[in-house]
Design a protein around this ligand. Structure first.
Ligand code: ATP
Ligand code: MG
Length: 412
């Protein structure tokens, strides 16, 4: 019998450990059982850092969560339909679920759930390496439950589904599988790979929201380009859109995006703009609708694509600062940075950098009120004059308030 109490002791913060032990004691007192399950168990065995606790109770998760808030003073959110609860306190977030069995009425549908045993709960999961559980009841604390040979697959570095219909029931597991494979440096087990390829058409049964969610998870990985590369190789990416590529160009740009982002974690919008960069505008629209992207992301992708069509003019070495400004102002910052990374033209790149470092901060000193005081009638001409002044300032034709005033007087 493998016991993971040492791993728990060494890898998890003391606060989380006492929480789990308290939960174990309460549950045992009520004659029920509680387990640590899924990704955290996998990561304990792999010695990878992970503090997302997933707990499964053979009993009542919501009721337990309510009792536990007395100990932790945390915030609780409940989902009665699934009998699950989330507890948050300090920087921790813990999921508590009632053990359940799932059935699928049709491919791609959300599962029907009913209360079940731990065995049912483990059987509904995606891959063997995610099906291990650790007992938390005091008398068996730390003992590993491994019903699907997850440990063996961890050792052999294999991603393996639990049954032949797994990808048919839920094709998001195809994307999940590629994500784990690339994150952990594992391989698809041979039969899993065969079934994955067979079931690629099932990706069409998945709703936009679920596909978008999986893609977001991928873009939060350390190296999303690896997953996208593998997805292209297996013809999974083509299901998202046939024009998308997970090639070395993308890998290079994603790496540059990470270097440019202060946190080292580019936003979803930045990554998506680079991913859709090579697409024609109608293809970008198809991606937007397949993923049902929210407004702000949609705008970023459209801005990126429309700026791409203006790069030719930005690559003209004779452009004045005011020309550069008029091309770039109003574009979303992500669209500008994406084009900065994506263009091959040195001149266009220099112009974008000048805009980002200098031109975008240039503001005329005179205001509309100043112009009116100088005798110009209120109306649309005010805005025109301000724009002309702004351009003059960008192009270095005026450098002080006095020069601006003189210029206006000359026009008058
Ligand atoms: P990660 O490190 O990416 O968070 P995780 O294993 O914790 O990995 P979650 O997405 O947090 O993954 O899901 C928790 C658990 O729920 C997984 O370990 C897996 O067993 C199960 N799970 C999640 N999504 C599915 C799915 N589509 N089909 C089957 N099981 C799933
Ligand atoms: Mg998780």
């Amino acid at each position: 019998m493998t016991n993971l109490s040492n791993q728990i002791e060494n890898q998890l913060p003391a606060e989380l450990i006492s929480f789990m032990q308290a939960a174990g004691a309460i549950v045992a007192y009520q004659g029920q059982r509680i387990y640590l399950v899924g990704g955290i168990v996998r990561d304990l065995l792999l010695r990878r850092s992970n503090f997302d606790l997933d707990l499964v109770v053979e009993g009542d998760a919501i009721n337990l969560a309510q009792q536990l808030t007395n100990i932790t003073q945390g915030k609780i959110t409940t989902h009665p339909r699934f009998n699950t609860a989330k507890l948050r306190w300090n920087k921790w977030s813990i999921d508590l679920a009632t053990a359940r069995a799932e059935t699928y009425d049709r491919p791609g549908a959300l599962p029907k759930v009913k209360p079940g045993s731990l065995t049912d709960d483990l059987f509904r999961r995606d891959f063997t390496i995610n099906t291990m559980a650790v007992q938390l009841n005091p008398t068996s604390y730390g003992e590993l439950i491994d019903l699907h040979e997850g440990m063996g697959d961890l050792e052999q570095k294999l991603i393996r589904i639990l049954h032949e219909k797994s990808f048919t029931d839920d094709a998001t597991r195809i994307w999940r599988g590629l994500r784990y494979e690339q994150r952990l440096g594992f391989q698809m087990e041979a039969n899993t790979l065969k079934l994955l390829k067979r079931d690629i058409p099932m990706l069409d049964t998945i709703s936009s929201d679920r596909i978008r969610h999986e893609l977001e998870l991928i873009l939060k990985e350390e190296c999303p380009e690896k997953v996208l590369h593998r997805a292209e190789e297996l013809k999974v990416l083509t299901k998202l859109h046939p024009a998308l590529r997970g090639n070395s160009w993308l890998a290079e740009k994603f790496e540059q995006a990470r270097q440019l982002s202060t946190s080292g974690l580019p936003s979803i919008g930045f990554y998506l703009s680079l991913l859709t960069y090579p697409l024609a505008s109608e293809e970008v629209e198809q991606v937007i609708s397949r993923l049902r992207l929210p407004k702000s992301l949609t705008q970023t992708l459209r801005d990126t694509n429309s700026l791409k069509t203006k790069l030719k003019s930005l690559a003209d070495p004779k452009l004045n600062p005011s020309n550069i400004y008029s091309i770039l102002h109003g574009c979303s910052p992500t669209a500008i940075t994406t084009n900065l990374l994506a263009t091959n033209s040195t001149v266009a790149r220099q112009h974008i950098q000048l805009f980002l470092k200098k031109f975008r901060y240039v503001k005329p000193t005179l205001t509309g009120d100043d112009l009116i005081k100088m005798g110009i009638a209120p109306g649309p001409q005010i805005k025109e004059i301000l724009t002309t002044l702004h351009n003059a300032q960008l192009d270095g034709k005026v450098t002080s308030k006095l020069e601006e005033e003189n210029l206006v007087k000359k026009w008058l």
